[in-house]
Design a protein around this ligand. Structure first.
Ligand SMILES: N[C@@H](CCC(=O)N[C@@H](CS)C(=O)NCC(=O)O)C(=O)O
Length: 209
């Protein structure tokens, strides 16, 4: 599809995950800033894109994609030549999807439980079990090497790494190995430095302190 995707983003939000993905791909999206402090995410024009009234969102070829992990997976496939997703025939595709979706399905709700000091009384009936199970399982994702796919960085690291980074930054998951080394490795990437610079400029433009 020749048309440039439009990424709806706001600094200091989960939009950061998709903004990083865009930067890893070589800045392939047009960026549209949604000022959530001014409530732009609840205005009719944005609700038409994402009825949840949340960022991020992506529009490409007239089609909206929401949910940070879905946007990252979509962009990795749309720009497959950049090598951030294993091909459908590649056996690594299983681990790629598995951990990319483990992050929002399991790590994120467990993180919110810890943050809100909420204990699940019936882990068998809850999709993510409990926080201890999630943390122990998340560690196995990093057994293959420096990245989820071993020595190959992929969009799964953008999603999984962003989630772990936020969880440890806000104290929802205690800083611990192998998470800290993994996140440090990811945060040292040139694309992350570019995102930090660009987000600082956006915040200045928005008049945020
Ligand atoms: N499940 C969504 C969550 C998006 C989300 O929670 N976005 C927050 C910012 S981190 C937001 O837009 N909040 C503004 C609001 O709800 O008014 C995703 O993964 O993309």
């Amino acid at each position: 599809m020749a048309e440039r995707p439009v990424l709806y983003h706001c600094p200091q939000t989960r939009g950061g995950t998709t903004f990083w993905m865009n930067e890893e791909l070589g800045d392939v999206c047009e960026i549209n800033i949604v000022d959530i402090r001014k409530g732009a995410q609840k205005q009719a024009d944005y609700l038409a894109v994402n009825p949840m009234g949340k960022v991020p969102a992506l529009v490409h070829g007239g089609v909206a994609v929401t949910e940070a992990a879905a946007i990252c997976a979509y962009l990795a496939d749309a720009f497959a030549e950049k090598g951030l997703a294993p091909a459908p025939s590649d056996p690594k595709r299983g681990a790629y999807f598995r951990w990319m979706f483990f992050a929002p399905s399991c790590v994120e709700p467990a993180m919110i439980d810890i943050f809100n000091k909420r204990k699940n009384e019936n882990p068998a009936s809850i999709g993510y079990g409990n926080a201890d199970q999630v943390i122990a399982t998340a560690k196995t994702a990093l057994a293959a090497g420096d990245f989820i796919l071993g020595d190959q960085f992929s969009a799964a690291d953008v999603v999984f790494g962003s989630t772990l980074n936020f969880a440890m930054m806000f104290g929802a998951i205690e800083k611990q190995e192998p998470f800290t080394s993994y996140v440090d490795r990811l945060m040292a990437r040139p694309a992350v430095a570019r995102c930090n610079e660009k987000n600082a400029a956006f915040m200045k433009e928005l008049g945020w302190e």
